[in-house]
Design a binder for this molecule. Structure first.
Ligand code: HEC
Length: 398
């Protein structure tokens, strides 16, 4: 496929994915809040569990929740499911377009494990599938009857998964694989449990029967998981752009702390919106976890050593390093197959450009090993050290 066309497809998929995810998370936050704010008032019709008044868009909304079928139900019922399905479909397509179509760039790090590209893809897809199966079995097992225990065991297994991924793939690949597993579990819950159980419950209500409470319990359990996972899953989707997080030996631990932050913040809002006393301690937990994550995410000391004493390398040396290690991809017309233009618009093929992008070179190649991806062009430690000395000296030109 023409590389520029492939870039266009990737952009369109990303656009769709973000929009679908906003719609999904938005409606889910809305309903969590609505559910929590329903109030029981005298005079409500039978079957109405609560009512909430809301104001939006220049009018008032009177929202009522019926827990048994109202005497009349209109033909048109709105179901909320396509937001979730579209998010997964576009997300998976994006995962394929980026990570699985270009595994050398994004998924594989030969320093971690020199996987053949096709093997990396097979392991990537099957680990997500396997992870999801384990989740499904856990929820359906006797353990699934105890929400707290399930949360503890589930989080521990998730952490194990993230850790395993960091031993197989590049840091960036491990982060996205973990995010893809979370997203898959969340959407599969909507598709296989929440929506079908709601359908059965609605069918029962319509014929005047009481729905099987087990259907409701299972759907509610999955909704609860999705509610608590929303913030961490979004983090995993953006963390791949921050070498500070993914190119870090503690990346799996940072993910664990982010999981904790996400849980704590959701818990605060869940309780508050339900009108219960706000658990302000949640913010303490979130702040402590954030501080710990920031501590771990500190860049390792740049490879300088005794460098400061020696004079900075001549600019010509820097140009030579960049020309041989970066410019095959970061040029106006990259020679690396599959790249239509300099990635992220970062051209490193002129002296001016190299100086202009110096802070980004520091971030990607000195404070982290994010670039070259998987060290494809074989940037040597000694060359990184020379880049570091040049940057420390204020990135002087020739
Ligand atoms: C094999 C191709 C390849 C090589 C070699 C390579 N890069 Fe990159 N670079 C990429 C790709 C692909 C991206 C875009 C990553 C993404 O989508 O986030 C990128 C992104 C970047 C960015 C922008 C990151 C951001 O998100 O802001 C910088 C800066 C960068 N590279 C610097 C370098 C430097 C410095 C070198 C040489 C030491 C180098 N790259 C070598 C492929 C390469």
């Amino acid at each position: 496929m023409d590389a520029a066309f492939a870039d266009g497809i990737e952009l369109a998929l990303r656009w769709l994915h973000v929009i679908a995810a906003i719609a999904w998370i938005g409606s889910s936050f809305y309903f969590i809040h609505l559910d929590a704010s329903l109030e029981k008032r005298p005079g409500l019709p039978t079957g109405v569990a609560g009512e909430a008044w809301q104001v939006h868009g220049g009018g008032f909304y009177r929202m009522r929740k019926y827990t048994i079928a109202p005497p009349e139900l209109p033909e048109k019922l709105t179901w909320f499911k396509w937001e979730a399905y579209t998010t997964w479909l576009s997300g998976f397509a994006l995962l394929v377009a980026l990570y699985y179509a270009k595994p050398e760039l994004y998924l594989i790090d030969p320093a971690v494990r020199p996987l053949e590209p096709w093997r990396a893809v097979v392991v990537g897809v099957s680990s997500i599938l396997l992870g999801y199966l384990v989740y499904e079995i856990l929820c359906r097992s006797p353990l699934g009857r105890d929400d707290r225990l399930l949360a503890i065991v589930g989080s521990a297994l998730l952490l194990l998964f993230a850790f395993a991924m960091t031993r197989i793939f590049s840091g960036r690949g491990a982060v996205i694989q973990t995010g893809a597993l979370l997203g898959t579990c969340m959407v599969a819950s909507v598709a296989h449990v929440i929506i079908p159980n709601q359908r059965k419950a609605v069918a029962a209500l319509l014929v005047g029967r009481t729905p099987d409470p087990e259907l409701g319990r299972r759907a509610k359990q999955r909704s609860l998981h999705n509610n608590y996972l929303t913030l961490p899953v979004v983090f995993t989707m953006i963390a791949g752009h921050y070498p500070l997080v993914f190119d870090n030996r503690w990346n799996w631990l940072i993910l664990a702390l982010v999981l904790l932050i996400g849980f704590a913040v959701r818990h605060f809002f869940n309780e508050r919106h339900a009108g219960r006393p706000s658990p302000w301690w949640s913010w303490g937990v979130a702040a402590a976890a954030a501080a710990a994550a920031l501590g771990l995410a500190r860049p390792p000391a740049a490879p300088t050593g005794a460098a400061t004493a020696s004079p900075p390398p001549a600019f010509a040396e820097i140009e030579a390093i960049v020309a041989s290690r970066c410019a095959m991809c970061h040029a106006e017309h990259p020679v690396w197959p599959g790249l239509a233009a300099a990635p992220k618009g970062v051209r490193l093929d002129t002296p001016e450009a190299i100086r202009r992008w110096a802070p980004l070179i520091a971030r990607q190649s000195v404070h982290s090993r994010a670039m070259p991806p998987g060290n494809l062009s074989g940037l040597e430690a000694e060359e990184r050290a020379r880049l570091a000395r040049w940057l420390e000296a204020g990135a002087p030109g020739g």
